[in-house]
Design a protein around this ligand. Structure first.
Ligand SMILES: Nc1ncnc2c1ncn2[C@@H]1O[C@H](COP(=O)(O)OP(=O)(O)O)[C@@H](O)[C@H]1O
Ligand SMILES: [Mg+2]
Length: 252
């Protein structure tokens, strides 16, 4: 995609300089696009989003945002560059209220601008508005994910990185969260998410990447990846088809 907002190319990254986890991974996300990364446990999916989020050292390759290099930009500088990151766990402060959690996302904003963003957050996530003075630890898992999303959106990022936003959620709640993710893209945000819940995630995605052992294995339209028989067996929790489907008459 020539106009990609995020372009990661040949990223080599890891937790120790002598043993990289990512061995030259590439991925792109355009504005208004939802892109999902799937792959087996330990493939390096979280490491990739952490590398983009400035939390893992990048030793080779490039990560460009709107053409500007952001590799190895410290994580705390990225919100001002338009990048938000929601880790898989511990992504809200349980002892703070919903509203206090949102305020953490607004730290650099002038008071009046922040107030408008909070109004927008409660409009987008009414369930949070109803609970704004509750401590986050009393929220359900789905509500906590929504709070983590809402907080990440307060600075109005151009790119949001989500690590397994549906982990631990019941299927119906997971679908609700994924629908909200899709809605972000409809507002022009670029979304890069990692998901174990591959089939549901691909269902709201435009494109997908499969990572295996720190390398790109496959990429394509989300529907094509979801329909890939071999991947189905490995990642999507279903068996390969016994026969190939007959070509559709008059398709295309
Ligand atoms: N903080 C860490 N320090 C050292 N190694 C790590 C750390 N986090 C993950 N790893 C290793 O990096 C590899 C990829 O992990 P990860 O990116 O979390 O995989 P995935 O998200 O695809 O399951 C694994 O071998 C894992 O053990
Ligand atoms: Mg992970």
């Amino acid at each position: 995609m020539s106009g990609a907002l995020l372009r990661a190319e040949g990223v080599v990254a890891g937790y120790r300089p002598d043993s990289p986890i990512l061995h030259g991974v590439s991925a792109e996300v355009g504005r208004g696009e939802v892109v999902t990364i799937i792959g087996p446990n330990g493939a390096g999916k979280s490491t990739l989003v952490k590398a983009i989020a400035g939390l893992v050292a990048v030793s080779d390759g490039s990560i460009r945002l709107a053409g500007n290099e952001i590799a190895n930009t410290p994580a705390h500088r990225l919100p001002a560059r338009g990048v938000a990151y929601v880790p898989q766990t511990d992504n809200v402060f349980g002892t703070l209220t919903v509203h206090e959690n949102l305020r953490l996302g607004a730290a650099p904003l002038p008071r009046r601008a922040a107030a408008r963003r909070f109004d927008a957050a409660y409009a987008a996530f009414p369930v949070l508005g109803e609970r704004r003075d509750r401590k986050a630890h009393v929220l359900s898992g789905g509500q906590r994910q929504m709070l983590a999303l809402a907080r990440a959106l307060v600075p109005e990022p151009e790119l949001i990185l989500l690590d397994e936003p549906t982990a631990g959620l019941a299927p119906r709640v997971a679908a609700e969260v994924l629908a909200l993710v899709r809605g972000l893209a409809a507002r022009g945000v670029a979304v890069l998410m990692v998901e174990q819940n591959a089939r549901a995630a691909l269902g709201v995605s435009d494109r997908g990447y499969v990572l295996v052992e720190g390398r790109n294995r496959l990429e394509g339209r989300a529907a094509e990846i979801a329909a890939n028989a071999d991947l189905g067996a490995v990642f999507l929790g279903r068996r390969p088809p016994v026969r190939r489907p007959a070509p559709r008459a008059g398709a295309g």
